[in-house]
Design a binder for this molecule. Structure first.
Ligand SMILES: Cc1cc2nc3c(=O)[nH]c(=O)nc-3n(C[C@H](O)[C@H](O)[C@H](O)COP(=O)(O)OP(=O)(O)OC[C@H]3O[C@@H](n4cnc5c(N)ncnc54)[C@H](O)[C@@H]3O)c2cc1C
Ligand code: FES
Length: 256
């Protein structure tokens, strides 16, 4: 697939290190699908869609820093939409997200509301300055916010918010965020793992299922084509939450 040439129409600041870029085309992604974004002269990196024509980038390293610094009128290359996105099931759903991982969930929640589903959100951030998409989530329905420092909502990790919810009430649970946060939620909600759809993250190179860089031990699941959204019951006995492979293929610790 050749990259499409896209022009950035608008840049919105969401938090000190997070910006949303609106592109000049809608390419009809499903929430949870991603695109390989070619930042010219720097690198090609995976990004989820935060809306039909938007991506939301957090500055963490060289390529995201370059993407973050682009203004309206700049152009990028885009291969996508790629991978398997979330599948909407049932009429009462729960979104659980952390940090920039809330981006595909806000997109999903808006689609779910339009199809008549009742949406509850549990979203966590480090502090009040890092909260993103608060108004988007609040427009969807009941919203619980956690912050690590207690500056807004419940003090502590996202899992603290689970105490206010009865997971058996939801037809489907959608999860995206830092790996250790997701693993914490999946471990606590083991009994419900069959109805948790998790949008996960690995080191991508080819994004077409050929190079093996994103494979998950021991099943060999290729996250770039068979994911990034996978059922949590496939993660329980995998490397997820324990280790992950980096650019060299060697094992390293999970982040977040
Ligand atoms: C399916 C998918 C969807 C994603 N969606 C988004 C999104 O919507 N918004 C967003 O900001 N980011 C998203 N990411 C993560 C993003 O692709 C990485 O942050 C980016 O590739 C890092 O590139 P870099 O050159 O800036 O950082 P590097 O210089 O390569 O690395 C900087 C730091 O980030 C870590 N890192 C590198 N790649 C990844 C990765 N794939 N996952 C986690 N940590 C990584 C490195 O270990 C290092 O600690 C997504 C990743 C995947 C696989
Ligand atoms: S990134 Fe190459 S197989 Fe997934």
């Amino acid at each position: 697939m050749r990259p499409l040439d896209c022009v950035i129409q608008e840049v919105r600041s969401e938090a000190p290190k997070i910006r949303t870029l609106r592109l000049d085309r809608e390419i009809d992604p499903a929430p949870g699908q991603y695109a390989m974004i070619w930042v010219r002269g720097v690198d090609e990196i995976p990004m989820s869609f935060s809306g039909p024509d938007t991506i939301t980038v957090q500055e963490v390293g060289i390529a995201t820093q370059a993407l973050f610094s682009l203004g309206a009128g700049s152009s990028i290359g885009l291969r996508g939409p790629l991978g398997r996105g979330f599948v909407l099931r049932g009429d009462r759903i729960l979104l659980i997200g952390g940090g920039v991982g809330t981006a595909p969930l806000a997109f999903l929640g808006e689609q779910a509301r339009r199809s008549g589903a009742e949406v509850t959100s549990l979203v966590g951030f480090r502090s009040s300055e890092e909260i993103i998409f608060e108004t988007r989530f609040e427009a969807l329905g009941d919203t619980i916010i956690t912050t690590d420092d207690g500056s807004v909502g419940i003090r502590g990790r996202v899992a603290e918010g689970l105490k206010q919810l009865d997971l058996s009430e939801y037809s489907q649970i959608y999860l995206c965020g830092p790996e250790l946060m997701m693993w914490d939620i999946i471990s606590r909600a083991r009994l419900h793992s069959g109805k948790i759809q998790a949008c996960i993250n690995r080191y991508f190179k080819c994004a077409v299922g050929v190079c093996g860089s994103c494979c998950l031990d021991p099943e060999g699941l290729r996250v770039c084509v068979e994911g990034p959204v996978v059922s949590a019951d496939r993660l329980l006995e995998s490397e997820f939450g324990r280790y992950r492979r980096g650019p060299t293929g060697g094992r390293g610790p999970c982040r977040g």
